[in-house]
Design a binder for this molecule. Structure first.
Ligand SMILES: *Cc1c(COP(=O)(O)O)cnc(C)c1O
Length: 470
């Protein structure tokens, strides 16, 4: 089957110094706070870092979504926004860029990734259908469920083990896929959804070889292959580092290969594509395109703006090209690995291998005195904020939510705190301060108390849920 090496290659970041392939032209000043102020702020936020005002945050590692620093070329493009209701010049520029860089034929703009997921799920899923994917993502699965579908996890088992160093933990287990087909029949599987650089697994890549096997399986059973391409460039970088025969190829070439193996894509352009807002559904399927155009006018906006301003689409067209540049992506992933290695060297348990967009702390092992129903990752993120003003987020039982059928808490094997690095925003010194704070919090881990809900929203509860200490 796979001929990939058992261990990931040591990163260049560890062997020699490197610096960002840009210089800073404009800065945003940060506020510093005292520990007492932070204690009051996190209590007022119900121990949920999503409810903190960003003014009270020093280093913001909540997410890499929509928080990139745009380049001077992107800002310049924004001044050339054609704010026409219909047929904006920027739409055609964006469409041409997507066709050229990613290769998909039809493009439907949306306000962000979940807008595209909504159009896709509504267009393709019927009640009673099953949608296999390489680990769930919160909004992706919810839109599948709202359309009457059931998500089925077909990622390899290694992905659920934070200490396993498999180089492609985003790979699909084809036996799981085949078992689902035998159980429910191909006609109940409207599509297979494959994410690149799987977010919930820790930013872990899928290999080209595995993707080809999935492609062949989908072709054999006449099932559409959908690509959640939110972090496709980071995935391509890992393929270049780790997959046999790919070292001499550019990230742009590998990105194109990945896209060419799939039929349809949803994109949150707020991640890899370096913009503050935007997304799209792209497809080679004419029928899906027609259906999605019917829905986009209802839920997002006309099919040539889909909830975006002309200037947003202009910035996106430039961002897509910058995102597949080898120097950019080497520094982007290099900075994440830099932080990860600082923590690793200090003995902090983190998800292995270090991911493309974030370092994930293993809250189970840092807080062994807390059971999972006391939400250790949520408590650890709150403690980190109190220590230094670094804002992280929970990716564990709170994010996993409740089973829609039984109503029970889903207790995932991964109980993580995500330190997500915005693109082109922070310096190495910010990473040093972050690592010192994580180490300090770990040293006083026994004093961290578990949490219980005081307010639990029905859907996507991690965003607005509130807690108190037990
Ligand atoms: C962020 C994200 C989405 C949803 O995109 P939004 O722009 O936040 O709506 C979908 N899939 C993955 C893998 C993501 O990381």
């Amino acid at each position: 089957m796979t001929t990939t090496p058992a261990q990931p290659q040591p990163s260049a970041a560890r062997k020699k110094s490197w610096a960002e392939p840009f210089k800073i032209k404009s800065v945003e000043l940060l506020k510093t706070t005292t520990e007492d102020e932070r204690r009051a702020a996190i209590a007022a936020a119900g121990f949920n870092t999503f409810l903190l005002p960003s003014q009270d945050v020093y280093i913001d590692l909540l997410t890499d979504s929509g928080v990139s620093a745009m380049s001077d070329h992107q800002w310049a493009a924004m001044m050339l926004g054609d704010e026409a209701y219909a047929g904006s010049r920027n739409f055609y520029e964006m469409e041409a860029t997507i066709r050229e860089v990613y290769g998909y034929r039809h493009v439907v703009p949306t306000h962000q990734g979940r807008g595209a997921e909504h159009l896709l799920s509504r267009s393709l899923i019927k009640p009673g259908d099953y949608v296999p994917g390489n680990m769930y993502f919160t909004t992706t699965r919810l839109h599948q469920e709202l359309a009457g579908g059931t998500f089925v996890d077909v990622i390899i088992d290694e992905a659920h083990d934070p200490q396993n160093t498999h180089p492609f933990k985003g790979n699909v287990d084809l036996a799981k896929l085949e078992a689902l087909r035998r159980e429910v029949g191909a006609e109940k599987i409207p599509y297979v959804c494959i994410a690149t650089a799987v977010n919930m697994a820790g930013g872990q890549p899928i290999s080209l070889q595995n993707l080809r096997e999935v492609r062949d399986w989908c072709t054999e059973h006449d099932i559409m292959l959908v690509h959640d391409m939110t972090r496709v460039a980071e995935n391509a970088w890992f393929i270049k580092q780790r997959e046999e025969g790919q070292q001499h190829r550019s990230v742009a070439e590998i990105v194109r290969d990945i896209c060419d193996l799939t039929d349809t894509a949803t994109m949150s352009a707020k991640k890899d594509a370096l913009v503050n807002i935007g997304g799209f559904l792209a497809t080679n399927n004419d029928r899906l395109y027609d259906k999605a155009c019917g829905f986009v006018v209802v839920f997002e906006g006309l099919h040539t703006y889909g909830g975006l301003a002309g200037r947003d689409m202009a910035a996106l067209a430039v961002g897509i090209r910058e995102s597949v540049d080898d120097d950019h992506i080497a520094a982007r992933v290099g900075q994440v690995e830099y932080l990860g290695h600082l923590l690793e060297d200090a003995g902090v348990p983190i998800v292995q291998p270090i991911g493309g967009h974030a370092v994930f702390l293993d809250a189970r092992r840092i807080l062994p005195h807390l059971t999972q129903d006391h939400f250790p990752a949520q408590a650890l993120a709150a403690a980190l904020y109190v220590d230094s003003g670094v804002r992280a987020m929970e990716r564990g039982a709170v994010s996993a939510g409740r089973d829609p059928v039984t109503g029970e808490n889903r207790l995932p094997r991964l109980e993580l705190v995500r330190l997500t690095i915005p693109r082109r925003v922070y310096t190495q010194a910010h990473m040093d301060v972050t690592a010192e704070s994580v180490i300090a919090v770990m040293e006083q881990a026994e004093s961290i108390r578990g949490l219980r809900f005081t307010y639990e929203p029905e859907m996507l509860r991690f965003f607005m849920g509130r807690f108190e200490e037990i």
